[in-house]
Design a protein around this ligand. Structure first.
Ligand code: NDP
Length: 445
């Protein structure tokens, strides 16, 4: 396999899918050497089969708003690969959603799920519907119309969706309710469900906490303590809030949060009371970071991301893809940033990743660092199958073990001759090998 030839071919066939091509290029260039050590892979054209999704389902979603107007959105499910388990991956509701973004996310999810050590394939779905500014009833009608189209393609042993941007407990609840009605079964077809109907304790916390656990593992390799470290966090949704929560518990200083409108700076570090108020504002009232900044008398930077403004030792991007560009990366490095651990999926552009690797800082790509969310989703599936609920402590302990295991796999496959751990190479290679071997064993289908 020549990565450049493969990429040329994919660019010709999918010219309008930049995010998908970006994600594929990162993986194939980093696994090229190890792939070519196994001639059988090439005989089976394994890499091309692994880069292209097994199946893409797309559909129109029509629903009625509170004024009685009929609204139309597009809905998608990308079932990327189920070589090691049922398709598994979140649903994203955001105005920016398109096929390219969902194909990149489903591709990444396949490697991430492989790293978790649990039996889950990779998928992703979503719609260009934005829940922002919609009433609960509008969101419910949309979710029902979305699942009306999707339900025949998913199932507890087929494809198990979960949340992502714009899809939290409310949306999962509405989708699960309609799935249950259509399929006439109560099974673990969605994860991220409410606790009273099969959800797992610790699932809301899992991605943010898991990212901090991964960070702790990375810091330990250099004997660095988290206490007192200034951490710039972006976003203020599920992942960002629980990242901040765990950091505060561990004595780190959270020096920024953001949303798509701007950034709030907290140079002294966020207090536990401030976190409680931000959580209430974001989750219960669906408010904005600007309102938080105003209420707390903090500096607010409209239209800005944190990276050039929040003096920090560590960055934990937790909002969206491509939110750290080359300039942002250079700004972070110039102020002495020693680690970047990604809560979001592909938040760093290829140029930013090159900067981090060249500077030899601790850099964890999202497919390793944010795998805690899907890991606890996997644990939710296991609990649903057993019709049992595990304690928060039990789930948290398993989450810590899984993150340590993923870290170990990255070190094993990513250690360079000079001792530097390239977590990108490590995560991609470890995730790839497991899926590739399973695909080889199952023949061509
Ligand atoms: P939420 O919807 O809960 O929060 C998303 C946050 O990011 C919000 O603060 C949102 O701001 C901000 N944001 C979204 N889009 C943009 C944008 N285009 N520019 C700037 N800010 C933006 O989503 P999650 O916290 O669940 O997801 C965040 C990231 O983590 C995503 O990349 C997701 O794929 C990834 N992830 C999530 C997992 C999970 O378990 N939830 C698991 C693994 C990864 P606003 O309110 O203004 O839209």
């Amino acid at each position: 396999m020549k990565a450049t030839e493969l990429m040329d071919s994919l660019r010709r066939r999918f010219p309008n899918e930049p995010e998908y091509l970006q994600a594929v290029e990162e993986v194939v260039t980093s696994i090229e050497d190890v792939y070519n050590e196994y001639p059988a892979f090439e005989r089976y054209n394994l890499i091309e089969r692994l880069c292209m999704p097994d199946r893409v389902i797309s559909f129109r979603v029509s629903w009625t708003d509170d004024q009685g107007r009929v609204r139309n959105n597009m809905g998608y499910r990308v079932q990327h690969n189920n070589a090691i388990g049922p398709y598994k991956g979140g649903i994203r509701f955001h105005s920016s959603v398109n096929l390219s973004i969902l194909k990149f996310l489903a591709f990444e999810q396949t490697f991430k799920n492989s790293l978790t050590t649990l039996a889950m394939g990779g998928a992703k779905g979503g719609s260009d519907f934005s829940p922002r500014g919609k009433s609960d009833m509008e969101v419910m009608r949309f979710c029902q119309a979305f699942v009306n189209e999707l339900w025949r393609n998913i199932g507890a042993d087929t494809d198990v969706p979960a949340g992502d941007i714009g899809v939290g407990a409310r949306e999962v609840g509405f989708m699960f309710g309609w799935y249950k009605k259509m399929a006439r079964e109560f099974t673990g077809t969605f994860t991220g469900k409410g606790i009273s109907f099969g959800g797992s304790l610790m699932r809301p916390e899992a991605t943010g906490y898991g990212n901090v656990y991964f960070l702790l593992n990375m810091l330990a390799t250099r004997g660095i303590a988290i206490e007192g470290k200034r951490v710039a966090v972006s976003g203020s949704g599920n992942v960002a809030l629980y990242t901040a929560d765990k950091l505060i518990t561990l004595g780190a200083k959270v020096v920024s949060m953001s949303d798509s409108d701007g950034t709030v700076l907290l140079p002294e570090g966020m207090t536990r009371e401030q976190w409680d108020r931000l959580f209430e504002l974001k989750i219960a009232m669906r408010g904005r970071v600007s309102e938080f900044a105003e209420a707390e008398g903090l500096e607010y930077l409209p239209g800005e991301r944190p990276w050039k403004h929040a003096a920090c030792d560590i960055a934990m991007p937790s909002a969206t893809q491509n939110e750290i560009d080359g300039d942002d990366a250079r700004a972070l490095l110039a102020q002495g940033c020693l680690a970047v651990s990604e809560g979001a999926n592909m938040p760093s552009t290829p140029e930013a990743v090159r900067e981090f690797l060249a500077a030899r800082i601790l850099y964890a790509p999202g497919k390793a660092a944010n795998a805690g969310g899907v890991s606890v989703s996997g644990l939710e599936m296991a609990q649903n199958s057993q019709k049992l609920s595990w304690t928060a402590e039990e789930v948290d302990n398993r989450l810590r073990d899984i993150m340590a295991d993923i870290h170990g796999q990255c070190v094993e496959y990513g250690r360079q001759p000079d001792g530097y751990v390239n977590y990108v190479k490590g995560a991609n290679t470890a995730g790839f090998m497991k899926v590739a071997k399973a695909m080889m064993a199952q023949g061509i289908y």
